[in-house]
Design a protein around this ligand. Sequence first.
Ligand code: IPM
Ligand code: MN
Length: 356
Amino acid sequence: MSEVKKIAVIGGDGTGPEVAAEGVKVFQAVAEIEKIKYELAEFDWGGDRYLQTGEVLPADGLDQLRTFDAILLGAVGHPDVAPGILERKLLLDVRFGLDQYINLRPVKLFPGVETPLKNKGPADIDFIVVRENTEDLYCGAGGFMHKGTAHEVATQTAIYTRRGCERCIRYAFELTRKRANPKGKRLTLVAKTNVLTIGHDLWWRTFKEVSEEYPDVEHDYNHVDACCMWIVKNPEYYDVIVTTNMFGDIITDLSGIIQGGMGVAAGGNINPEPGGTSMFEPMGGSAPKYTGTGKINPIATINAVSMLLDQIGETAAADRVMQAIMTVTGTKMKSQNAGQMGYTTSEVGDLVVEAL
Ligand code: IPM
Ligand code: MN
């Protein structure tokens, strides 16, 4: 990691640039306190640029991003662009191209934040989902035959590799060990071995083999459907979950809602290898109807900034931001929902800065 931390900021679409601006505000303030040297570069990649130029990222976009220590992404999704285009180019191509093979989603209920789960509080909702991020149904493998006819055939193939699942499972074991949950270190594999008897058999065997290197970590297995029930019924059971890309996508939205929703939940697309460039984002979408209204909640993006700081080795700054978020959710904000926070987007950013 270089002495001067180079951070790329892609505001993206809709409310993305507004929340990214609050993330940057908090980043700059904590960098000042913790004496972090940094350079920020902003990129206007997203739907508007695509509509003007026909291009989402420039041809050398990925090479440009590779030169940064980390990326902060606001949001992807533009009402005038057909679904799939921006997601593929801005999100999936970056994940795949920069080999961000981990999608990390901490699920933590902050103080003062409302959860839809009855009788559950911050002590019950505190786990992490490690989602594989470069394989499975996301590879885009498949095709059509006889398209548009009554005989149309469509295939979309889930691809799993030994290397792909092993590196993800290993990351998850390491994380579980490092997290050292006082309730006990437990890694749960979530898959569907009773139906996906080929692809998830590979995951299962790999999980069993790697688990032998981590005798201090309890290893455990849930089918994905059962996991969805338990996340709602007994979220306190979970410490770290490791799962495949598609199932991870689904269970992390379920998990996001129990931690207070899209105004709070953040994720990281992580390339953990030395020199790897990781990208951090709030989980909420671009919420176009709120663009420019000052109603959107920047806490998720600020949460993403804390994760970014942690990944680039600035753990003291990461903790400071996390503590400040919890002070603001616990003692200031009325709600985490857009338009009901009791403050505007930029006022929430200011409150976090004050609390640093
Ligand atoms: C996410 C999103 C993306 C995904 C979409 C926008 C491609 O839902 O980050 O979870 O499915 O991975
Ligand atoms: Mn998703």
